[in-house]
Design a binder for this molecule. Structure first.
Ligand SMILES: *Cc1c(COP(=O)(O)O)cnc(C)c1O
Ligand SMILES: [Zn+2]
Length: 424
């Protein structure tokens, strides 16, 4: 039996795997799952991973549970899975050229069951809740966590409660949450206010909290990196670029890389993580710029509602991930986000605005010569193109926007159509 524990990253206090807490009871520090890496050395190898990769069925057909020894050793009966992960790693010559690169891969996490990477974390969070016998699960969310929670809770037969910031959730996400049957509460204020509320409800009423404070979610999100490395035949890239809000991915990616190196699946030099924030929601960027000496929460605003976060809960873990990997943090404007998204969409791959932010960040870091022309770069597309249809229609309705593809209105006579074809 593996010795897997939950540990506070601040004071080191240990908790049992079955504990339903989302912060250290001694010091309020962030918790993380600690695997028995010593015992796994020589067991988890590239060959082991290759064997697992071809397994189908439950649960190893899942791109998360395939790595269960490095995720969470729950019994099969507890696992609630929809074969998440197994997402494509695309290459696209036009996108690479647009970003100024020779080697660019896009890992599309929008291809998960509910359309975002959140499913990789949610399958683990909900399986934990299921395992310890929780009845009610809850989260605050900028949208995708709610959609994912609602879907997985429905699969598990658990009641779900979600808190979202009023009027600031993309319709695709909101409608999914309602359709899957989660009780959905709109809270006046931002995501950060909604989170504060749900943390209190959770503490007082014993509702199981599945925000990215939940250490199990981050274990699932690590598999984005495991899977990408395997898809690259373990030739680690130079960069992994991802948009950041609550910084769960940034944190999870740092841990994933660190564990892969400990186990000898990749070499000593880790890929560098680049976290991209939106200009109007860039507290982590500002903190990075101060060389991690001054943190200040913000009142967030950006078109990329998935990363509209002013006070990221995983700050300490994300900082550690940037430090471990000699990473960088940058920010992009809403205009840059939407223009990059338009290019991403036109490639036929597509993604929601937060995925556009990743791609805009790749290009920006290349322009600044932080990323070299020949560097091998993996960009994480965090959500599906249909999540935020409003932002697409708005963008393309304005002919002044680069690459805009406005609707054509006409009576629809054959003559009209012939004229249209000639013009194009
Ligand atoms: C949640 C989310 C993010 C932000 O991820 P963090 O782990 O909170 O930094 C980015 N993009 C999409 C599409 C998301 O749903
Ligand atoms: Zn502690």
């Amino acid at each position: 039996m593996l010795e897997t524990k939950v540990v506070c990253i601040q004071c080191g206090r240990e908790y049992a795997l079955s504990a339903a807490i989302s912060g250290c009871e001694t010091c309020d520090g962030l918790l993380e799952v600690k695997h028995d890496l010593e015992a796994l050395k020589g067991v988890i190898t590239r060959e082991w991973a290759e064997k697992r990769r071809v397994e189908r069925g439950f649960p190893n057909g899942s791109g998360v549970w395939r790595w269960r020894e490095l995720v969470a050793p729950f019994p099969n009966e507890a696992i609630v899975s929809r074969n998440e992960g197994n997402t494509n790693l695309y290459e696209d010559a036009r996108l690479a050229k647009w970003a100024g690169l020779e080697n660019l891969w896009l890992k599309h996490e929008g291809e998960n069951p509910t359309g975002s990477f959140k499913d990789r974390g949610m399958t683990v969070g909900i399986s934990h809740a299921n395992w310890i016998g929780a009845k009610y699960v809850a989260c605050a969310s900028s949208g995708n966590t709610s959609a994912s929670l609602a879907g997985y809770a429905a699969r598990a037969g658990l009641k779900a409660l979600t808190f979202i910031p009023s009027g600031k959730v993309a319709l695709g996400k909101l409608s999914q949450t309602m359709a899957y049957g989660a009780k959905t509460v709109q809270v006046e204020g931002s995501f950060d206010d909604a989170l504060e509320l749900v943390r209190r409800v959770s503490k007082e009423k014993g509702v199981y909290l599945v925000n990215s404070l939940n250490p199990f979610r981050l274990e699932g999100q690590k598999t984005i990196i495991f899977e990408a490395l395997q898809q690259l035949d373990w030739q680690a890239p130079d960069w992994i670029v991802v948009s950041g809000g609550n910084l769960g991915n940034t944190s999870a990616f740092g841990k994933a890389l660190w564990e892969m190196r400990e186990l000898g699946l990749i070499g000593e030099k880790l890929p560098r993580i680049a976290t991209i924030q939106a200009e109007g929601a860039s507290p982590f960027y500002q903190y990075y710029r101060s060389e991690f000496t001054r943190f200040k929460a913000q009142k967030p605003e950006t078109v990329a509602t998935a990363i509209r976060i002013g006070n990221p809960v995983n700050l300490a873990k994300a900082r550690r991930a940037i430090e471990w990997t000699d990473g960088v943090v940058d920010m992009v404007t809403d205009t840059e986000i939407m223009e990059a998204k338009a290019v991403l969409d036109r490639s036929g791959i597509g993604g929601e605005p937060a995925a556009g932010a990743t791609l805009a960040g790749v290009r920006k870091l290349r322009e600044k010569e932080i990323i070299g022309k020949g560097d091998r770069v993996v960009a994480i597309m965090t959500g599906h193109i249909l999540k935020d249809a409003d932002s697409i229609v708005n963008y393309h309705s304005n002919p002044a926007n680069p690459g805009a593809n406005p609707l054509v209105q006409m009576a629809g006579t054959l003559d009209d159509l012939m004229k249209l074809l000639e013009e194009n």
